[in-house]
Design a binder for this molecule. Structure first.
Ligand SMILES: [Zn+2]
Length: 339
């Protein structure tokens, strides 16, 4: 049984990590101090308690008020770059050597930045952090499912125009229960036959998990699915992801935190791995939900009886299904071998 320290030291890859879900309390307090926004507390302990209280009053409360506070503090070029820089530090501290960081530009335009300005600010912070902390990052641009279709198309076009700033893919995020994937098909069509890749939050929550996974694969031509927590129940979806080499970004700790599963074993990660599905384990919103990718992999190792070999296989799958170019994948693989 691997120890937590062994897992922390293992070079790791995180494909599903939200920038606004990974702002440490200290960073949040510093941003709050300069913003003029009334903060719920002036200490890190007080802030943690604030988020814990929100969660005890319901996940919706945490999302609306908690994420609302965090994103309200990420509206300027400086604050976005700062959070992105600190994100690179978080990756280094958890032994993550490559991560695809995602965020929805439309949540960061209150102070006048446009989508491209938001993406460039995040990119600048990540690049500075890469240098200082020795990690590698890429950007995935999220479309909020609740937004108008036109906005979704504008964001997809901004993502395409920002590939030089490290954007490698687009994602569809937020309320899966209310908005099926088809709503933003036009935005996804913009990326067909371009080098930009596609992932979709699908099979996370709501009553249409199967339909959403199916539409994400066949209509939106997803290269990866975010969560897909019931995938093992559907033979045709398994067949499709094997045939099309679609990566599955599981986020077990997040599913546990949101009470979407009772046990990590419900995800059937062991079977998926042995059947050759490109499944990986990712963090989702680590600072906001209070765990690290190391914690998540450790809990998976305990629940499934995984050895380091299986944990390394999860990293291999993550690298294979990452949105890096083939050359960059080789570079990351070399960096892993050197450790
Ligand atoms: Zn997510």
């Amino acid at each position: 049984m691997p120890t937590k320290e062994e897992i922390r030291r293992m070079p790791k890859i995180d494909l599903h990590r939200h920038l606004d879900g990974d702002v440490n309390m200290g960073v949040l307090l510093r941003l709050g101090g300069n913003s003029g926004i009334k903060m719920p507390s002036f200490t890190e302990g007080g802030m943690l308690q604030y988020f814990a209280d929100l969660k005890s009053r319901g996940i919706d409360k945490l999302f609306n008020e908690g994420f609302g506070l965090v994103t309200s503090l990420m509206q300027t070029k400086e604050s976005l770059s700062r959070v992105a820089y600190e994100e690179a530090r978080n990756l280094r501290d958890d032994g993550i050597i490559y991560a695809e960081i995602r965020f929805a530009p439309e949540f960061h335009t209150l102070a006048g930045l446009d989508y491209t300005g938001v993406i460039k600010a995040v990119s600048e912070g990540l690049k500075a952090g890469e240098k200082d902390f020795g990690v590698k990052t890429s950007i995935i641009v999220c479309i909020n499912r609740a937004s108008e279709q036109e906005k979704g198309i504008d964001i997809a076009v901004s993502a395409l125009n920002c590939m030089d700033y490290g954007v490698v893919g687009i994602d569809l995020a937020c309320d899966e229960a209310a908005y099926p994937p088809a709503k933003h098909a036009q935005a996804y069509y913009k990326t067909f036959d371009t080098p930009l890749k596609r992932t979709v939050h699908a099979g996370e929550f709501g009553n249409n998990l199967y339909q959403n996974m199916h539409a994400s694969i066949h209509l939106l031509r997803a290269n990866r699915l975010g969560h897909a927590r019931t995938i093992s129940q559907h033979e045709d979806i398994i067949k499709a992801v094997l045939k099309k080499e679609i990566g599955i970004e599981m986020c077990p700790e997040s599913n546990m935190f949101m009470n979407l599963i009772r046990s990590r074993k419900e995800l059937n990660i062991g079977n998926l791995l042995s059947n050759g599905v490109l499944v990986s384990v990712n963090s989702d919103d680590p600072a906001m939900f209070g765990y690290t990718l190391t914690d998540s992999l450790y809990n998976i190792a305990v629940d499934y009886g995984f050895t380091m070999e299986e944990l390394r296989l999860l990293q291999e799958n993550a690298l294979k299904s990452s949105f890096l170019t083939e050359n960059d994948k080789v570079e990351v693989a070399r960096a892993i071998m050197k450790r």
